[in-house]
Design a protein around this ligand. Structure first.
Ligand code: SAM
Length: 225
């Protein structure tokens, strides 16, 4: 998979992809992540990429020309399965959306800033609009990082044990059961005995029951048909 992220603050993303699972995923050749500075595609020598909104009002708007130049340049090199704009008014990001995106080959993600991007960028280039929640961030970089992380960890081979992602929350519409590790006794707080029984089938059954119980308590909406 290849992910191209278009941003006017590339430094925000550089360190995010340079650590832990995301770093290993790139080193292992499972994903290539390229961050592009929209300013490099500015059409003037001052490298400006934003301007006042037509009709007035507070806040600057990202202009179409630099973004169009960047997107078209990338499209000359490869076809993209999705060109995603991260935006608060997009489709709410959920696990089933992430599962689907993890099956794609090449994905572009556009991060907005200020008041957002000129509407014509959305009309002409964007194939999917994604929100990471009902709140407003100052830029799309964190949203692109969240979406990329959720996708990349699902790519086959990225996690040491591929079944791990399948037992996480929201797969099968359930929350994950509680997990424990050593020590078995921390100041009198004991790990449930069943987990140390070695009885795989009963452990699985216990975990399933815990998942159901936790989902009922915390996210009953997930259990609705
Ligand atoms: N004027 C926009 C609105 O009210 O919908 C908000 C613009 S916001 C200050 C700047 C940029 O941050 C957006 O263009 C988008 O790329 C990103 N952003 C902010 N909140 C987001 C969210 N919840 N999900 C995804 N992207 C978000």
């Amino acid at each position: 998979m290849r992910i191209d992220i278009l941003t006017c603050v590339p430094n925000l993303l550089d360190s995010f992809f340079a650590h832990s699972i995301l770093k290993r995923a790139q080193q292992g050749g499972f994903v290539e992540v390229m961050v592009h500075d929209i300013r490099d595609y500015s059409v003037n020598k001052h490298r400006t990429i934003d301007d006042y909104a037509f009709g007035g009002g507070a806040g600057m708007v990202l202009q179409i020309e630099p973004i169009a130049r960047c997107i078209r340049g990338l499209q000359k090199e490869r076809d993209y399965d999705e060109i995603i704009y991260l935006t608060p008014d997009g489709e709410l990001m959920q696990q089933h959306m992430v599962n689907q995106l993890s099956l794609k080959g090449n994905i572009m993600m556009l991060c907005g800033h200020y008041k957002g991007v000129d509407q014509r960028v959305r009309d002409l280039f964007i194939t999917k609009e994604v929100s990471i929640g009902d709140y407003v961030l100052s830029g799309g970089e964190l949203a692109a990082a969240v979406l990329s992380d959720a996708i990349i960890r699902l790519l086959p081979g990225v996690l040491n044990d591929e079944t791990s992602a399948l037992t996480d929350s929201f797969q099968d519409n359930l929350l994950a059961p509680p997990v424990y590790t050593r020590p078995a006794d921390f100041e009198g707080h004991i790990v449930p005995e069943i987990l140390m029984s070695g009885h795989e089938a009963r452990i699985e059954e216990w975990r399933y029951e815990q998942s159901i119980e936790r989902t009922k308590q915390r996210r009953p909406d997930l259990l609705k048909p």
